[in-house]
Design a protein around this ligand. Structure first.
Ligand code: SAM
Length: 219
């Protein structure tokens, strides 16, 4: 869909993503296609393709484009998967996942954000996305298991409930650490035993808090 931001979007993909080592062609194509400016407040549309996160409603953020690309690439998607996202936020990352997987389940704890994201995704015809309001640290058992799960908020630990909802071979991408800095982890489930995991560190990051039963307290 051509729009007045297409040039900025292409520049973002070249300068911020390709130049920093993002190689998955499907991720690059999705980020070149999706109108990120529609997911932020109108007053911030001109900054939507900047190399930074931006504020959204309720003191939350839309993540930096590079972080969206890095996490999307780490999910290792081919197109036929069911995936779970924790932290719908603006819905931008959800739209990227909707391009990369067959079916996306996304959980957001703040209802106004979930509702706004739903409206934008509907307007863009992303009908392969289901959004639920609730505590994502518990996962979405009825719809699992998932080939990949992405958590877009910082967690003090890896929620076991999410590992349990991965298929064997499934990947969990999650920032884990303290409230001011985290390490982005990819955990791959190797067998039926949920403790049998391959653990990879993908770099440092800083996310808003994952608040919930297996995350931070809401205080
Ligand atoms: N991926 C989003 C985007 O593209 O706009 C950015 C997400 S923002 C960094 C993190 C989101 O996680 C916030 O909207 C926050 O409300 C949500 N969140 C925090 N704890 C949660 C939980 N336990 N369950 C679901 N959502 C949660």
């Amino acid at each position: 869909m051509a729009d007045r931001f297409q040039k900025q979007r292409s520049k973002m993909v070249d300068a911020q993503l390709r130049a920093r080592g993002i190689r998955d062609g499907r991720v690059l194509a999705a980020m070149e296609k999706i109108p990120r400016h529609l997911f932020v407040d109108e007053g911030l549309a001109d900054q939507a393709y900047n190399d930074s996160p931006l504020p959204i409603d309720r003191q939350q953020t839309i993540s930096q484009p590079y972080m969206v690309a890095l996490m999307s690439e780490a999910m290792g998607l081919a197109g036929d998967e069911r995936v779970l996202e924790i932290g719908t936020g603006s819905g931008y990352q959800t739209a990227i996942l909707a391009e990369l997987a067959e079916r996306v389940f996304s959980i957001e704890r703040i209802a106004v954000l979930a509702n706004r994201a739903r409206r934008i995704l509907d307007a863009l015809n992303y009908y392969n996305v289901a959004i639920r309001v609730g505590d994502g640290t518990l996962g979405w058992r009825e719809e699992g298991p998932f080939a990949a799960i992405m958590v877009t908020a910082g967690s003090p630990r890896v929620p076991r409930s999410l590992i349990e909802q991965l298929t064997v071979g499934g990947r969990l991408v999650i920032p884990v650490g303290n409230r001011s800095s985290q390490s982005l982890l990819r955990l791959t489930r190797l067998s039926d035993d949920p403790d049998d995991l391959k653990r990879e560190e993908l770099g440092g990051c800083r996310f808003v808090d994952l608040i919930g039963e297996h995350g931070w307290d809401n205080s």
